[in-house]
Design a protein around this ligand. Structure first.
Ligand code: UD1
Length: 420
């Protein structure tokens, strides 16, 4: 297992580039199960979850070739196999997104119940409820969800909560179903818009993406060609915080500012300044970090995937901040590690109170999930002395060679292999 060793205290300066979005790429790649023609995807980040997705698609019968230097994935359809095995699904929860495409193409799917980040129970009941409305029936067999239908039929579906994965799964299933599906209380995340745009580029008829009512008129088949995945708003947001927490100045290339609006507003309240230029945004901070309060919400609210990174910055603010985590229970695992670096954080239920301290001090800390890992790296960049972030395999699920990117803008950070 690898660890990162960070010598903190250097303000980051220079240009840093944002890759394609992991959370957009996963459903988009899995939606190629729906296609009846070869497809090239561009801007696909070189991440562990992407390699897992490629393996899964190959097991499901597609031919995939991934050029990770060029960030290009080439897919060719093949005879489909309806089973997503536990060995893969347990390492990546998003694997459950093959359920909709398989049901739509084959009328059957056997998908292991997902694992993934240890940030809460994360059920898939809304996915199943939606497909049941579309005519599918499910049984649980030895840890596998087994779904069957003659053909998915369009339906009126109201989600209990705006689930991102649920919305994506149902859109994919509905795209080649018989008739019209209307999804109420749909999630509005930009990655869903990217998925819908991709499917529409293949001939689907999806409208309303980005709003809470999405209408999908089923078409007989989808024919793809070439598509570039949107930039990663969470990676971009992490780099914005890197500029702020180190007191540096970064030009974040391909930063999707519109998709990051809620994050940018909070960072401005914390004292950061942003100037958009062709191809990116300059991010800097003048003066001390100001405290702020935030509550995570579905898009367009503040994203839960940026909560841990903002909390790292709040640790160094000149006052007290509050965090209210409303999406996932158990998503404060970074807090106890930040406390080991000198932070003053107290947690009650889904709320955290962060009392700013003048400095953080390097320590050995343990990464527990993807965004928690990012928050510890950010804290390490700002801390006095050496921080070792252990168990960074989580980080590699969502950030492409983050240490190389950060080194290029002045960070002192290296990767070491450790034997457990
Ligand atoms: C996606 C993102 C993840 C992000 C999350 C919330 C991907 C691959 N992952 O995860 O990075 O943190 O959105 O923005 O895009 N829920 C149910 N029943 C369901 C589905 C969801 O109760 O059937 C609950 C979950 O437990 C959670 C909330 O709904 O409390 C949101 O989950 P959801 O939006 O589905 O997150 P994911 O799609 O898993």
């Amino acid at each position: 297992m690898d660890k990162l060793i960070i010598e903190g205290g250097t303000p980051l300066e220079g240009a840093i580039e944002v890759n394609g979005s992991k959370n957009a790429a996963l459903p988009i790649l899995l939606s190629s199960i729906l296609l009846e023609s070869p497809q090239t995807f561009r801007n696909v980040p070189d991440l562990r979850d992407i390699h897992t997705t490629r393996k899964l698609l190959e097991l499901l019968g597609l031919h995939c070739a991934y050029d990770c230097e060029r960030h290009e994935m080439r897919m060719e359809p093949g005879p489909l196999v309806p089973e997503a095995p536990y060995e893969l699904v347990r390492t990546m929860r998003a694997s459950v997104l093959c359920l909709g495409p398989l049901l739509a193409r084959l009328g059957q799917a056997k998908v292991a119940l997902p694992g993934g980040c240890a940030i809460g129970a994360r059920p898939v009941d809304q996915h199943l409820k939606g497909f049941e409305k579309m005519g599918a029936s499910f049984e649980l067999e030895q840890g596998y969800i087994v779904g069957r239908c003659d053909r998915l039929r369009g339906a009126e579906i109201t989600l209990d909560m705006p689930t991102v994965g649920g919305t994506e799964n149902l859109i994919m299933g509905a795209s080649i179903a018989e008739g019209e599906t209307v999804l109420h209380n749909a999630a509005r995340e930009p990655e869903i818009v990217d998925l819908a745009n991709f499917l529409n580029s293949c001939g689907a008829d999806i409208q309303g993406q980005g709003s809470s009512t999405i209408t999908v008129r089923g078409v007989p088949k989808l024919i793809g060609a070439d598509y570039a995945v949107m930039p990663d708003r969470i990676e971009a947001g992490t780099f914005l915080v890197a500029a702020g927490i180190t007191g540096g100045r970064l030009f974040v290339k391909n930063c999707p500012m519109q998709a990051l609006e809620a994050v940018v507003l909070k960072l401005q309240a914390m004292g950061m300044a942003f100037r958009e230029e062709d191809g990116g945004v300059w991010a800097s901070i003048d003066g001390p970090i100001q405290p702020c309060d935030l509550k995570t919400q579905p898009y367009p609210g503040f994203p839960t995937d940026m909560q841990a990174q903002l909390m790292a910055m709040m640790c160094l603010a000149s006052g007290t901040s509050m965090v209210d985590e409303r999406i996932f229970e158990n998503r404060f695992m970074h807090a106890s590690e930040l406390v080991r670096m000198g932070a003053r954080i107290s947690i009650t239920g889904h709320s955290a109170v962060v009392r700013g301290v003048p400095k953080l001090i390097g320590a050995e800390v343990m990464a527990s999930d993807l965004r928690a890992s990012a928050s510890l790296v950010l804290a390490g960049l700002a801390a006095e002395g050496t921080t070792q972030v252990r168990r960074i395999y989580h980080l590699d699920r969502g950030y492409e060679r983050i240490e190389n990117k950060l080194c290029k803008v002045g960070a002192k950070i290296r990767r070491e292999h450790e034997i457990d």
